[in-house]
Design a protein around this ligand. Structure first.
Ligand SMILES: *[C@@H]1O[C@H](CO)[C@@H](O)[C@H](O)[C@H]1NC(C)=O
Ligand SMILES: *[C@@H]1O[C@H](CO)[C@@H](O)[C@H](O)[C@H]1NC(C)=O
Length: 210
């Protein structure tokens, strides 16, 4: 076959795929019947093709059929609920670790922690790290693994009294406060923003998000 012809065929197929067909594979799914619905901008990694979701919105199912969001820097969030109307996720840190970007706003990062919480800088302590994994009141912000000797940053999550947390020899950095536009009564909520993506307009409309 003539090389130019081959090129033309490839381009036409490419346009066809980007033009909104192929949404069959993106049908709503769940990790288990009572789990959160998974649909655009999220996708179930391994079961749905990449075009079903945005980069950074990859979900997977744990061995217990729980829904897990793979966040920045290999931190993970167990997702209990996704509210597609208010762009909110309710979840729990998988191993006591959350992305720092949730609390330090970064233009390119789509998730933000909702609420007010004090942030602490603490010397390394296995007591603190164990506590964070067990109770969920204290969450370490990444980097969480590896033996970086510097201070660790922690956020206090949920209705937890600071007096009872293992925060000796820690220094309070500041009170984190989320964008006041996002107010929820529940705890453990993240807000997500759709990344700006001009060529995704077609997908956005066909998924009736806007
Ligand atoms: C997970 O889901 C699969 C398929 O629906 C089921 O066979 C399995 O028992 C579930 N596992 C748990 C731990 O619930
Ligand atoms: C924002 O996030 C990007 C990608 O994760 C990172 O490379 C950059 O250093 C971050 N900027 C700040 C100010 O944290």
């Amino acid at each position: 076959m003539n090389f130019l012809w081959l090129l033309a065929v490839v381009v036409v197929i490419g346009i066809g795929v980007n033009g909104g067909v192929g949404h069959e594979d993106c049908r709503e799914t769940r990790c288990r019947p009572d789990g959160p619905a998974i649909r655009f901008p999220f996708r179930l990694k391994g079961r749905q093709p990449i075009h079903c979701g945005f980069r950074g919105f990859d979900l997977s199912c744990t061995e217990y059929n729980e829904t897990m969001l793979e966040m920045a820097s290999s931190t993970k969030l167990l997702v209990d609920d996704i509210n597609y109307r208010s762009h909110a996720i309710r979840g729990r840190a998988y191993d006591g670790c959350l992305p720092r970007e949730l609390f330090y706003r970064n233009g390119s990062y789509p998730f933000q922690f909702i609420g007010r919480t004090p942030l602490f800088s603490c010397p390394p302590s296995t007591v603190r790290d164990k506590y964070g994994c067990g109770y969920g009141c204290l969450v370490r912000l990444n980097p969480c693994h590896g033996n970086n000797s510097g201070n660790h940053i922690y956020a206090v999550i949920g209705y937890c009294s600071i007096d009872y947390l293992p925060l000796m020899s820690c220094i309070k950095l500041h009170d984190y406060t989320s964008d006041p536009a996002y107010i929820y009564d529940e705890i453990g909520i993240l807000h997500w923003s759709i990344p700006s993506c001009e060529h995704c307009k077609g997908i956005l409309h066909s998924n009736s998000l806007v």
